[in-house]
Design a protein around this ligand. Structure first.
Ligand code: F6R
Length: 364
């Protein structure tokens, strides 16, 4: 079943262009270049607040989606990890949409949060990969990802498919609220439809990433930095390294470095910077320079333009295709996943069955 791949995780990383295209296919209309969501019986334009709840990698997809809901649909978004959400007496007013994101659809904390929100009268939307799961059955609005079965314990293809659905949902809400013109919708959909090809170009750099994994493998600690929509990707990169390579890693918002973590910097702590060229690039690079000035070793992940401007003096660079900021979180998921994968291979850990982890966490 693994075909030519050594591990399920590797196979699932490489499936992403296909499964993201498959997922987008059921939320976008290619012929009309428009967003098309499944039928549902509430008025999405009247939603006053979105509450996103999830765990782990699915939570990071939700963090990216918060940027999109706020930017496109101008709706306030509240987001929390499921294990904290229920216990902080969240304020859930009428007219709220509670959005749950889960690969398995069975994660106990997320399911408990869903039931709590249902009791509080929220409309329940679920982005889920297993269509027969408990969460899928309890949703008012079911938004399936079409990633196919994910076997590797570390989530990869489910994440990028979640992002695809969430981008479509945010755009749909913006259209229904009259905040996204036909031209803007056309533009967003065009960029989303470019995503699978961009994921393929990102995957073309697999060999480069494999070749530099030995630089990261000996590290005891790694920092990942990102800004804006790519900040959650820094968190995801750190989670992947922890999970399968057993390296202590932390994700930080680039601008937050100087408020503490910069004290950790020395030449034993690689700092991986996610900085696609775009509106936040200059800021990210000045944060990177703060690290470099303190002797930090940097791995810069950017596009050709970004690497040309700022790649010099880095310990390593990873080139990504130049993409619209909207799809950068999907594309930059690839190097983050591949890096953790190849580091784990160098270290010889059990990639598909990391210690202490289960695919579906059904205890609270
Ligand atoms: C990370 C990972 C976990 C899951 C989390 C939520 O690679 O796999 O962090 O993302 O346990 O699981 P689901 O999405 O099934 O609710």
């Amino acid at each position: 079943e693994k075909g030519n791949y050594r591990h399920y995780m590797q196979k699932e990383i490489f499936e992403q262009p296909t499964v993201v295209a498959q997922t987008l296919g059921s939320y976008l209309r290619r012929d009309e270049v428009s967003v098309a969501l499944p039928q549902f019986d509430f008025d999405i334009s009247s939603i006053k607040r979105v509450t996103i709840v999830a765990c782990g990698t699915s939570f990071y997809a939700g963090m990216v989606a918060k940027y999109w809901f706020e930017q496109f649909a101008r709706v306030p978004v509240d987001i929390d990890v499921a294990s904290e959400f229920r216990y902080r007496e969240p304020v859930l007013e009428d007219g709220g949409l509670a959005l749950f994101i889960s690969q398995s659809g069975e994660t106990a904390d997320t399911l408990a949060a869903l039931r709590h929100c249902k009791e509080k009268g929220q409309t329940i939307a679920v982005v889920v990969n297993v269509p027969t799961s408990t969460m899928a059955r309890e949703a008012d609005l079911l938004l399936p990802t079409h990633a196919g079965p994910e076997i590797g314990v570390a989530s990869t293809k489910a994440f990028t498919c979640q992002l695809a659905v969430l981008a479509a949902l945010a755009a749909h809400m913006a259209v229904k609220k009259g905040l996204m013109s036909r031209e803007q919708e056309h533009e967003v959909v065009t960029h989303l439809l470019e995503a699978p090809a961009c994921l393929n170009s990102a995957l073309d750099h697999d060999d480069d990433i494999a070749a530099m994994a030995h630089l990261i493998a000996p590290a005891r600690d790694v920092l990942y930095l990102g800004r804006g929509q790519d900040y959650p990707l820094a968190l995801e990169g750190a989670l992947k390294l922890k999970e399968i390579s057993y390296i202590h890693a932390e994700g930080y918002a680039s601008g937050e470095m100087k408020h503490g973590p910069i004290a950790l910097i020395d030449d034993d702590v690689p700092v991986i910077v996610l900085a696609p060229s775009g509106p936040l690039f200059e800021k990210s690079i000045s944060n990177m320079e703060e690290v470099r000035a303190r002797g930090g070793k940097i791995v810069l992940i950017s596009d050709a333009k970004g690497l040309e401007e700022a790649g010099e003096g880095c310990m390593a660079t990873i080139e990504m295709p130049r993409v619209h900021p909207l799809i950068a979180p999907l594309v930059y998921a690839i190097p983050v996943q591949l890096l953790a994968y190849h580091v784990a291979c160098v270290k010889g850990t059990d990639v598909d069955q990391p210690r202490n982890l289960a695919k579906s966490v059904t205890v609270e």
